[in-house]
Every structure is written in structure tokens, then in C-alpha cells.
Write a protein that binds this ligand. Structure first.
Ligand code: HPA
Ligand code: ZN
Length: 334
């Protein structure tokens, strides 16, 4: 069994399916935008920002993450943010990405839905032309806000549905179960959108059942708490329901205190369709290949396991079958 090397991972084509674009805002760009838009941030230097990125749970991260997003004002800001992430995709050989965005974080500050979607989408188009990276956009509802607010957000997105592949659910999980959003997910489904939801990150395995059985999602974001319920793991294997797992996020937010205890590879070996993703790379210490490397260092990830994770990422994606098969063949050819 050959342990995967960085050189091998750099050649491995991959899809990223769990990436919050606001979570790719690096401290350098945060500072540049705070100056450009004259928005005060409570930090004096890039070093001070990085020092503040010490989290003890999901909420302690979200408080800083929403504050960071306040420097995003103009269409060009969303373009620059997205382009910086896509450049990292190109470097890490991420050939397809399905990007989350949180419109409510922006519309609540008076930024138009149009500004957000057009800025992100223009970068996606340019990156496809320049590097051949394919992509899709997933609109996330903030679960700490009401379902009425989510319904209003879906309404505001209706003129831009050509840019949006699906909807998701993120933000503070505990106390905000998937069932709170039953109606808005039903409406999204009726619009032909794909459905995903964060579940079982900090919340219990029950939230994963709710996401599957009440929201009817086809993919679970995080989902690592499934390990508490053998019947659930058996179902995930049987139905090949993908989990978009985020290793460095899970250790940064203390879901696991040590990467050596992370269950991703034991789930992989059991036959669960797990994938590797960065979640919020600017905050959690790394992009796609740094997440893979953390599995090499702590769990001795092999080349065969890395290839399986990459194949899973394409199988779990929302791309059409022909392109999916083309990407999978390029992994198998390695
Ligand atoms: N969980 C919930 N909400 C989020 C996350 C996450 O990992 N990242 C950005 N918003
Ligand atoms: Zn996430």
C-alpha cells in the first residue's frame, strides 16, 4: 500500500462539494477590501487576524466569519473573492467545484442578491474559460434565522435561477433542526433545485435522518455524527448517500480533538460515499490538498484511498453523467 504523497495529490483530479465562498476570504483580501470599501474591522494587521482564528466550537467561528463578510460590498468584491478561490482550485487540481454562498449574510446588510450572484458567477465563467474548471452554485439558508426569512430569500433568488443549481442549509446547527425548513425545501424542489443540508456536524445523528426524510436532500454536508448510529451508517452505504466531509474544519472547530481520531477513512473502508472538502479554508488552515495531506499525516492515507475519495467526489457531484464519467476515467488513469 503506497502512502499518498503531495506530488500524487497534486496530480489527482478532484471535485470540491463543500466550500463556503465567504469562508475563502483570506486575511490579506479582508484588509484590502476593508480599505477599498472603508469598512472598519477590529484588527490592525494580518497577523492579528490570524491570531484571532482560534475556535472552540462552530459558533465561535461563525461570529468571526460573519464579521469578515461585512467587507464584501460591490460586485467586484464578490468577483475577486471567488477568483482567488478558483486560482487555488487550479493549483490543487480541483477540476470541478460546487460553491456555497450565504445570501442572507449580505442582503441583511443591504447588498442586493444581484450583486452577490453576478460577481460570483462572472468569476466562475472566467475560471472555466481560463482553466477549464467547471462549477455550480448552491444557495444556503442560514438556519439560525426563521423559515420565513429563508422563503423570502428563495423568492429574491427567483430571477437568478439560471445561475443556481441547488439550495443548502448552514450556520448554527444545534437547536435549529432541518425540520424547521420543511416548507422552503419543498418549494426549492418544486423549482427543480438540488437539495443538500449541513447535518451531523455538531448536531446529533437524528438531524441527518431529518435532512434525508423530511427535507429530502440527496447529499449530507459533514454528517460525521452518523458514527453514533449503526443503522444510519448501514443506510448511507445501502443508498450511497454522499457525505461531504471536511477534516481540517472538524479539528479547527473541535468536533475531533485529534485528526488521528477522525472517522473519514473508517467510513470509506466500510463503503460510505465520503468526500474530502475544505469548508472554510481561510479560517481552518487549508484548501483541498492540505485537507488530503492532513489525512496522510495523521491517518496514513494511501494512494488507493485518495483515488477512491476523488471518484466519490465526482459520483456525489451534480454534474451530468458524460462529464462525470470523463472525470472518473481521468482519476482511474493515474
Ligand atoms: N457549518 C455550519 N455553517 C457554516 C459552516 C459550517 O461548517 N461554514 C460556514 N458556515
Ligand atoms: Zn460548511
Amino acid at each position: 500500500m503506497t502512502t499518498a504523497s503531495l506530488e500524487f495529490l497534486n496530480k489527482l483530479p478532484k471535485a470540491e462539494l463543500h466550500l463556503h465562498i465567504e469562508g475563502s476570504l483570506e486575511p490579506e483580501l479582508l484588509f484590502e477590501l476593508s480599505k477599498r470599501n472603508q469598512i472598519d474591522i477590529p484588527f490592525k494587521s494580518v497577523e492579528e487576524v490570524r491570531a484571532a482564528y482560534k475556535f472552540h466550537n462552530l459558533q465561535s467561528f461563525l461570529d468571526i466569519y460573519y464579521q469578515g463578510a461585512s467587507v464584501l460590498i460591490h460586485e467586484q468584491d464578490f468577483y475577486d473573492l471567488t477568483m482567488a478561490y478558483l486560482k487555488r482550485c487550479q493549483e490543487d487540481h480541483v477540476v470541478h467545484t460546487e460553491i456555497f454562498f450565504d445570501p442572507q449574510t449580505h442582503t441583511e446588510r443591504g447588498i442586493a442578491m444581484k450583486t452577490v450572484i453576478e460577481g460570483i458567477s462572472r468569476a466562475l465563467k472566467d475560471a472555466e474559460q481560463e482553466w477549464g474548471i467547471t462549477s455550480q452554485l448552491i444557495l444556503c439558508f442560514l438556519r439560525h434565522l426563521s423559515e420565513e426569512a429563508a422563503i423570502e430569500t428563495l423568492e429574491q433568488a427567483k430571477p437568478y435561477l439560471e445561475y443556481i443549481k441547488g439550495v443548502g442549509l448552514d450556520s448554527s446547527e444545534l437547536g435549529h433542526p432541518p425540520s424547521k425548513f420543511t416548507n422552503v425545501f419543498k418549494s426549492a424542489k418544486a423549482l427543480g433545485l438540488e437539495l443538500v443540508a449541513h447535518a451531523g456536524e455538531e448536531g446529533p445523528a437524528d438531524y441527518i435522518y431529518e435532512a434525508l426524510d423530511i427535507l429530502n436532500v440527496s447529499r449530507i454536508d459533514h454528517g460525521v455524527r452518523c458514527i453514533d448510529d449503526d443503522n444510519l451508517v448501514a443506510r448511507l452505504i445501502e443508498e450511497q448517500i454522499p457525505l461531504t466531509v471536511c477534516p481540517l474544519s472538524n479539528t479547527a472547530l473541535c468536533v475531533y480533538d485529534d485528526m488521528a481520531k477522525h472517522p473519514i477513512l473508517s467510513l470509506l473502508e466500510k463503503g460510505v460515499c465520503v468526500t474530502v472538502n475544505a469548508d472554510d479554508p481561510a479560517y481552518f488552515g487549508g484548501y483541498m490538498n492540505e485537507n488530503f495531506m492532513s489525512l496522510v499525516t495523521s491517518l496514513n492515507l494511501t494512494e488507493a484511498q485518495a483515488k477512491k475519495l476523488a471518484i466519490n467526489s465526482f459520483n456525489a457531484s451534480f454534474i451530468d453523467d458524460a462529464l462525470k464519467q470523463k472525470y472518473i476515467a481521468s482519476v482511474e488513469a493515474l
